[in-house]
Design a protein around this ligand. Sequence first.
Ligand code: NAG
Ligand code: NAG
Ligand code: NAG
Ligand code: NAG
Ligand code: ZN
Length: 295
Amino acid sequence: MSSSFRFVLPATLAIAAQFQGSNAWGDLGHQTIGYIAQNFVNSTTESYCQGILGITNSSYLASVATWADTYKYTSAGEYSKPYHFIDAQDKPPQTCNVDYSRDCGDSGCSISAIKNYTNQLLDSSTSKKESLDALMFIVHFVGDIHQPLHDENLDVGGNTIDVTYNGESTNLHHIWDTNMPEEDAGGYSLSDAKAYASMLTERIKSGQYASNSSSWLDGMDITDPESSSMIWASDANTYVCSTVLEPGLSYIENNDLSGNYYATSQPVFEELIARAGYRLAAWLDLIAANAPSSS
Ligand SMILES: *[C@@H]1O[C@H](CO)[C@@H](O)[C@H](O)[C@H]1NC(C)=O
Ligand SMILES: *[C@@H]1O[C@H](CO)[C@@H](O)[C@H](O)[C@H]1NC(C)=O
Ligand SMILES: *[C@@H]1O[C@H](CO)[C@@H](O)[C@H](O)[C@H]1NC(C)=O
Ligand SMILES: *[C@@H]1O[C@H](CO)[C@@H](O)[C@H](O)[C@H]1NC(C)=O
Ligand SMILES: [Zn+2]
C-alpha cells in the first residue's frame, strides 16, 4: 500500500461522511412530516398504510420516514440516490424556477420517483414487497421535495457552500436539513419529532396556517402525479431565492448562521415542514381511495 493511498483515504471518507449526513431533511424533519401526515389521514388511509407497512403503532409513518436515506447507501438501493432531489438549473438568488424536462435528469429525480411509486401503488399487479418500498419512498420523497435545497442544482444543492453554525463548520445544505430544524424542535429524538408535529398540526388546524392550508392542496391530481409534485417542488424552490440564498454568498460564508439567518429562516422551514405533512396526508388519502382492494 503506497503512502499516498493511506494519506488520501481518510479525506475521502470524511467527504463521504459529510455528504451522507446531509442529503435530506435530517431524521427529525422526516419523522415530523410523518407524524403530521398521521394527524390528517382519514381512517381508510390509516388502515391501508398500516396494512402495507405491517406497523400499527403510534409512529407507523414517522418510523418509516427515514428508511430511504439508509437504503440509498446500500448496493441494492444505490439506484434510488437521484430520487431524493431535483436539480433546478435556475439562477438564484435572482431567478428561481423548476423545469421538469430541463432538471429531472436521465436517472430520475424526486418527481419521476413520486410518479413511479404512486402508480405502482395504484396497480393491482404490484407485489407486497414492491408496495412496501413504494409507500416508504413516497413518505420520504414528499418530505425531501419540501426542503428548498432539494430543488436546487447550485453547488450540489448547497452541499459545497461551507458555513459556520453555532461555531461549528458545516455546509448550507446540512443546516437546512438538520441544524436549524433540530434547534427549533429542541432535540432530534422520535418524541421530539412527535411534539414538533403536534405544534405544527395545531397551526394547520386552528392557528396561523389555518386560513391558507386548504390552498396548499391546490392542483393535486392523483391521475397526474408529475404535475402535482411539480407544484410542491416549484413552491419550495421559490424559497431558494427569497430566503435561502437571499443574503448573498458572501454573507452566508462569513457569518455564523445561528443568529439572524436562523431567525429569518425559521418561519420558512416551519411552514414547509407543515405543508409537506399536510400534502403527504392528502396524497396518501388519494392513493388509498384509488388503490386496488387486493393491496
Ligand atoms: C413502531 O414500530 C416500529 C417498527 O417496529 C418501530 O421502529 C417504532 O419504534 C415503533 N414506534 C413506537 C412509538 O414504539
Ligand atoms: C420505478 O421503480 C422501480 C422499483 O424501484 C425501479 O426499478 C424503476 O427503475 C423505476 N422506474 C422509474 C422510471 O423511475
Ligand atoms: C396566505 O396566502 C396568501 C397568498 O399566498 C398570502 O398573501 C398570505 O400572507 C397568507 N396568509 C398567511 C396567514 O400566511
Ligand atoms: C378518505 O379520503 C379520500 C380522498 O379524499 C376519500 O375519497 C375517502 O372517501 C375518505 N375516506 C373516509 C373514510 O373519510
Ligand atoms: Zn432523502
